[in-house]
Design a protein around this ligand. Structure first.
Ligand SMILES: *Cc1c(COP(=O)(O)O)cnc(C)c1O
Length: 388
C-alpha cells in the first residue's frame, strides 16, 4: 500500500510485521522442539499474506498453510524455493494438475481426494507429496475412523504418494479444560497407526498452550501470530500487531435531544459534540458495535453513538476540549487501548471474524517494529489532552 493510499484512505490498518515475527518466534519456542508453520488463509486473516508470508520466511518459517488453491498460487512466488505451501481444503475434483503445476501441496481430506491424487501420480509417472488430514472429533474435514481403518487394510491406496505430514485439527483448544482436547489427542495417536508413517501436526494457536503432548512435529498457529489471544480468560501472551485508525470527516455541536444517525437510535442527553468518522460496516467495522464500542483519541475514550452506517460512525467527542479534534484527524479503533478481542466480544463475535472482515477500502500499511511513524499523518488526535 503506497503512502498516498494511507494519506487519502478513510481508514488505515497498520500491521507490525516485526511483531508478527516476534510472535512466531515466541510460539515456536513455546512448542519446544516442534517446527512452527504459519497459517495465512483468508489473506493472513485480512492482514495481507503477500507481506506477512515473506516476513515470516525471512525469519526462518518454511511451512505455510492456506485454505484455497488460489491463495497458494498467489503466495508461492513470494516465498523462498524451499518453502512449502499446503492447501487445507485439498483439491476440488479436476484441479489436481494445477497443484502440481504451481508446486502446491494438498491436504487430502477424504478417500476421493486420495484416489484422485494417486491417479494423477500414476498418470505423471512420479511420486506426489501430500498431507493427510484425519478427523478426530470435529466432523468438518479429514478422514473419519472408518475410512482410515479401511486404508490400513489397503496399502495400495498410497501407491505413488509421499505422505509428508499427518494432521488433525482441534475443535475446543481455546477451552483448555474441555474434555474434547484429550479425546482428540487420543484419537489422533490411534489414527496415526493406520496411516503411512510421517511427521504429525495437531495444534493450532490455542493447541500450543495445551502442553507438549499436543505439539508433535509441527504446530500450525494463525490467530496468535496476528496478536489475537490464543486462550480465553487468561492474559494474552502475544505481542500486539495491529492499529486501525479512521479519519474524522466532520464535527458538529448539537443541542440536547438531538437524534443522531439511522433510526434515531441515540439522542443527545445534553449539548454534545458529534464527530463523524470515515469507517463503517462496509469496512468491517461491524454494525453490532453501534452503541457498544468506543474509539480513542489518544488516551481519551469516545463512545460510538447511534448506529454504525455503511461508511461512517458517529462519535460523542464531548469529552475533548473545543478544537482538540478536527476534520482530518485520526482516531484509534483497534490499538493498544482498544484490544481487538474485546471489541469483537462487544459485537458478539470473535477476533478472527473482526480481522477477516476488514474491508478492501481500509489501506494496509506495514512497519517492521523499528519505527513508530503514525500511519495517518502527522497530526494525531491523541496528542491533545482530554477536557478536565
Ligand atoms: C485456521 C486453521 C489453523 C490455525 O488456527 P488458529 O486458531 O488461527 O491458530 C490451523 N489448522 C487448521 C486446519 C485451520 O483450519
Amino acid at each position: 500500500m503506497s503512502g498516498r493510499d494511507a494519506q487519502t484512505a478513510g481508514a488505515v490498518l497498520t500491521v507490525d510485521l516485526g511483531a508478527i515475527v516476534a510472535n512466531w518466534r515466541r510460539l515456536k519456542s513455546r512448542a519446544g522442539g516442534a517446527d512452527c508453520a504459519a497459517v495465512l488463509k483468508a489473506d493472513a486473516y485480512g492482514l495481507g499474506a503477500a507481506r506477512v508470508g515473506p516476513a515470516l520466511a525471512a525469519a526462518g518459517c518454511r511451512q505455510f498453510f492456506v485454505a484455497h488453491l488460489d491463495e497458494a498460487i498467489a503466495l508461492v512466488p513470494r516465498l523462498p524455493r524451499d518453502a512449502t505451501v499446503s492447501v487445507l481444503h485439498g483439491p476440488l475434483p479436476g484441479s489436481e494438475a494445477e497443484f502440481v503445476a504451481h508446486g502446491v501441496r494438498p491436504v487430502l481430506n477424504s478417500r476421493s481426494q486420495i484416489d484422485a491424487w494417486r491417479a494423477l501420480a500414476r498418470r505423471l509417472g512420479r511420486r506426489l507429496a501430500a498431507v493427510v488430514q484425519v478427523d478426530t472429533g470435529m466432523a468438518r474435514l479429514g478422514l473419519d475412523a472408518r475410512e482410515s481403518d479401511a486404508l490400513a487394510d489397503d496399502p495400495g491406496a498410497w501407491a505413488g504418494l509421499r505422505i509428508e505430514l499427518v494432521m488433525s485439527h482441534l475443535a475446543c483448544a481455546d477451552e483448555p479444560a474441555h474434555p474434547a482436547n484429550a479425546a482428540q489427542l487420543e484419537r489422533f495417536v490411534a489414527a496415526r497407526r493406520s496411516l503411512p508413517q510421517a511427521p504429525a501436526s495437531l495444534a493450532n494457536s490455542a493447541g500450543i498452550f495445551l502442553g507438549s503432548d499436543f505439539h508433535f512435529d509441527l504446530v500450525r498457529p494463525g490467530a496468535a501470530l496476528y496478536g489475537l489471544a490464543p486462550v480465553a480468560g487468561v492474559p494474552n501472551p502475544m505481542r500486539p500487531v495491529l492499529r486501525l485508525q479512521a479519519r474524522v470527516i466532520q464535527l458538529r455541536d448539537v443541542p440536547p435531544d438531538t437524534p443522531v444517525g439511522y433510526g434515531h437510535a441515540w439522542t443527545s442527553p445534553r449539548p454534545s459534540r458529534i464527530a463523524t468518522a470515515s469507517v463503517g460496516y462496509a469496512d468491517g467495522w461491524l454494525r453490532g458495535l453501534g452503541g457498544r464500542a468506543s474509539v480513542w483519541a489518544g488516551a481519551v475514550e469516545l463512545p460510538i453513538v447511534g448506529r454504525v452506517s455503511m461508511d461512517t460512525v458517529t462519535i460523542d467527542a464531548s469529552r475533548l476540549p473545543p478544537g482538540a479534534l478536527r476534520a482530518g484527524d485520526a482516531v484509534d479503533l483497534i490499538g493498544p487501548r482498544c484490544d481487538v478481542d474485546r471489541i469483537a466480544a462487544q459485537a458478539g463475535t470473535i477476533g478472527y471474524e473482526m480481522l477477516t472482515r476488514l474491508g478492501r477500502r481500509v489501506a494496509r500499511v506495514y512497519r517492521d517494529g523499528a519505527d513508530d511513524e503514525p500511519a495517518c499523518g502527522d497530526r494525531m488526535a491523541g496528542e491533545v489532552p482530554a477536557a478536565a
